[in-house]
Design a protein around this ligand. Sequence first.
Ligand SMILES: [Zn+2]
Length: 293
Amino acid sequence: MGAQTLMLRGTLGFLLLLGVFAGTAQAASVPAVTAFPVVGNVSYSDDFGAPRAQGRHEGNDIMALRHQPAVAFERGRVEKHVGSSMGTCMLYLRGVSGMTYVYIHLNNDLTMQNDNRGGCRNGVSWAPGLRNGQTVRRGQLVGFVGDSGDANGGMPHLHFEVRTPSGGAINPFAYLNQAKRLLYPRPAASDPIRLILRRTRVVSVGAGTLTVETRRIRVSSQSADFSRRRQVVLALPPEAIVERITSTGRVAADLAGATPGTVVRVTTSSFAPSWATQRAAAGVLSIGYVTIY
Ligand SMILES: [Zn+2]
């Protein structure tokens, strides 16, 4: 074999290798259907690349309330991290797509104040029981919004990054705009749950439906409730229990005469957690129990 042939082979091999790597990098992309990484009412803007003290901003800042649930953008494996210098509570989500999502400034406060007493741990920063290397579903609870690290004392927010397999950060903005907003964070277990919609207001009563605007929501299997303002159309089956609080106690009541703005507490009937119930399109969730205040 001549030297030229060897060189050609070497070059071809090198080019093939390059092709393989390029192919791998191109194959990874953000999935079409993703879960918005914070459950609750948020604001964010296209602040990727904005100048910051540490250099160019490598993600988007999603402003939210302290302790709002953070959920998995897509299915993947989680890695919990604590920033060495600032004590930043962080999460890496290695998506099955090959993309990595970085969650920064997770909560380190025990109260609604900036008390810095929680540290970085499960139930404070990360979901209760979350293990390193655990596979989580899209929309599963992974952590809580806060102000840890160099956001300490500032407005609580989730700094969210999208990274390609080569590690480069890309602008999350368009992906956040496309991501599906969820009504509740999915628990790790598949056991049936109920949602308790607290301080909810009646919007309208239809034939077999009740439209409400939610304020605070608790998942029956989770210990804390969270703020979530959203209209939901609930199925109102005949067997639903409706009661009114009076000075003498609870009495059976009827929603037929409920005027818009009436404050109610709704407990849904029991259901298995799913993407469809997290999306909560009209009639997907059904009422088990209503208390009229
Ligand atoms: Zn940021």
